[in-house]
Write a protein that binds this ligand. Structure first.
Ligand code: HEM
Length: 352
């Protein structure tokens, strides 16, 4: 559903095998633009701080919408990194953020294991859209349209910006000419690639669009060779999902996992204890092996900056009912990329 019918098979997650040139090119680009060295650059850290400052302002203005704000903030950062696009703060709904969100909602739904029968019976993909029970084809077509927009609209924005800049440089003799200076002025994942390639071929254009769109997604793995696990044989090609949710909720490792108990990470003297590799959420949470999250270092910095700044500025508490009793939210999660579903009904955000 997600790969073939919606079209995410052009992206990193479905690229043919970890040794394929396409996969390696994707990972090379990510390593260069969001890898550990890049994540330590002052310019990027300042960008993350500025982005969090915006988040604080939004939280202050409309604390009830905190879920939207918290989701929007990393989305904006990725748009900035991927396309050099700055989200307009004064607009309630930025058009590119909307495009990215819509495409990603489709991805999250389409890639959820077991959500679509066509993943189990692939022949169903040949059903015409009007056929009874083939509603998934209509859904896929809509999601595909959203994905196309995510591929094309921000890409065209980058190309347009680069042309405008070239025209400005042409007319302004005081600005240093040439591609190098353009690269500096227009530093984004896509523009750097376009500058590296000079005049990109249609294949290269397709690759960079797919790579940039892949910055939003994580995905299933497939066995490159047969393997045995706990007495079960898994043939080559078996699709495997690392169930990180279950690992991070393992009672043996994290007693009462749903309880907010930061002290679980402290030793008897109140200092941070050294965590075992498979006990450290920051290790497990980003996946494993060749497909480990390439945005890990950037994300850890983002989360650290956001948590530190939010805690410094706000007091956070549960909201109260008319009798002054705290409302304890019942939180439900949904989707392959789990998101809290019920926060709107509960109205439990109380930021003071
Ligand atoms: C707290 C934030 C984040 C978490 C918890 C997270 C977690 C993950 C996980 C679990 C995977 C799958 C790894 C696997 O398949 O083994 C993944 C993949 C990926 N992540 Fe992240 N991620 C985060 C932030 C980011 C950011 C900010 C970016 C980019 C700017 C990013 C880009 C990617 C990409 C491109 C992949 C696909 C890698 C591949 O399939 O080879 N992630 N991430």
């Amino acid at each position: 559903m997600a790969g073939e019918l919606v079209g995410w098979n052009r992206g990193l997650g479905y690229s043919p095998g970890p040794h394929s040139p396409r996969f390696r090119e994707f990972r090379r680009l990510f390593q260069h633009s969001i890898g550990p060295r890049k994540a330590q650059e002052t310019a990027l850290l300042s960008m993350q701080e500025r982005s969090t400052t915006k988040l604080l302002g939004r939280l202050l203005q409309s604390p009830d919408d905190f879920m939207t704000h918290v989701r929007q903030s990393p989305g904006e950062l990725i748009l900035r990194l991927a396309y050099g696009y700055k989200v307009a703060t004064e607009q309630k709904e930025d058009p590119l953020v909307k495009i990215a969100e819509e495409a990603m909602q489709g991805f999250s739904r389409a890639s959820e294991p077991g959500a679509f029968l066509v993943d189990t019976i692939p022949q169903l993909k040949y059903l015409p859209e009007w056929f009874p029970g083939a509603g998934f084809k209509t859904t896929a077509r809509r999601m595909r349209k959203d994905l196309e927009r995510l591929y094309n609209v921000p890409y065209e924005f980058v190309k347009d910006q680069m042309v405008r800049r070239t025209i400005r440089l042409f007319h302004d003799p005081f600005i240093e000419r040439g591609h190098q200076s353009l690269g500096k002025a227009d530093d984004s994942f896509v523009s750097s690639y376009l500058l590296e390639k000079g005049t990109p071929s249609p294949g290269e254009e397709e690759l960079i669009k797919a790579a940039a769109a892949s910055l939003y997604s994580g995905l299933a793995h497939r066995l490159t060779q047969g393997d045995v696990y706990r007495g079960y044989y898994f043939p080559k090609g078996t699709i495997v999902w690392a169930n990180i949710w279950s690992m991070l909720h393992d009672e043996k490792v994290y007693p009462e996992p749903s309880q907010f108990r930061p002290e679980r990470y402290l030793d008897s003297r109140g200092a941070l204890r050294t965590l075992d590799r498979m006990e450290d959420p920051a290790v497990i949470g980003f996946g494993f092996g060749r497909r480990i999250c390439p945005g890990m270092f950037l994300a850890l910095n983002s989360v650290f900056i956001a948590v530190a700044m939010i805690l410094y500025v706000f007091d956070i508490s549960k909201t109260q009912d008319e009798n002054g009793q705290e409302i304890v939210p019942e939180v439900e999660y949904d989707g392959f990329i789990s998101l809290v579903q019920t926060y709107q009904r509960l109205g439990w955000a109380a930021l003071k």
